[in-house]
Design a protein around this ligand. Sequence first.
Ligand code: SF4
Length: 378
Amino acid sequence: MGLQIARGRAIKTATRSFRNSSDDAARAPVAKLNLPGPKADLRFPIGQAARAFYRRFWPGTGPAEWNDWRWQMRARIRTLEELARIFRLSEDEYAAVARHQGALPVGITPYYASLMGLTDASEPLRRTHIMTGDEYLRGPGEDDDPLSEDHDTVAPGLVHRYPDRVLFLTTGTCSTYCRYCTRSRLVGNPGGEYHFSTRQWGEAIAYLEAHTEVRDVLLSGGDPLTLSDDKLDWLLGRLRAIPHIEFLRIGTKMPVVTPQRVTRGLVRVLKKHHPLWMSLHFTHPAELTREVTEATARLADAGVPLGSQTVLLKDVNDDADVMTQLMHGLLKNRVKPYTSINAIPSGVRRISAPGWTRGLRSFGPCAATPPAMPRRSL
Ligand code: SF4
């Protein structure tokens, strides 16, 4: 099935094809792993606010469901009705959500919603995930593919721009959909979320086997941690079996927005495929909860080096106090502030870049403590 790109604008068919994951199993079965189930994570911490939140909005739900990442995925807030049940929506938000069609839909896990302001539309985390009318404006220079990834796509989901590294897009699914996403054309597509199939992964893997100059594979998406442990294990294993690939990196927001995903089973899978690095995607200190501390501790204890890429967003984190709290909080959680990215015009104008000067000023106090300063700013 062709991937359709539509966000209130013209629909066009992309050159790559995506297939529903339900097609996959028959073609390339992935062995089941004998991993601990959700019960093993009953001891995952639940913050007080989160507990009060699920008792109020999901009565009858207990800690076992709340701490099961699959429950968090199934219970995601996806519709206007669900949003209106939980949030007091502004007129602007209500109209924008009602108007939306196509890719980059609303998608918020109950856990992440529990961190948001229920009545204040200007609350930072809410601004990053509930659309408003600005999203339908299009400014000069904005593009559905702002990083020109389609131009450098050499196999389905495989972007080869720099000689020794590739970007491997593993899936079109995320647990939450960020309104500033630079892959808004690809993620959460209409008619269901489409996944790259294992057969298509095979085409990308064949390309990598033939290109001995590639030593570094960054797995991204969508969010690779939305894949099951079985599929992730299969994919990481196939990539690590290629002799010239020296290490793998996973780019993910899931430990931030759905920390319950970091199960002991997942950690066992990741440990099998070292050297493996992880780039997390933090935007605001409100994300640094007890749950996130547990998730990052499990990953760090498994020997996975953790970095954060932080997108600079107007009225979200373009403030020196907010940014200092975030950078210092990341270090306490063993996450290295690695990259700051000024939000890139991507056809999504819900929240925009703060401008270079203001954006860089946000890091002022961090400069006094070098580990708190991101290594790179883009
Ligand atoms: S998690 Fe990443 S890929 Fe998914 S919507 Fe957010 S920025 Fe885009």
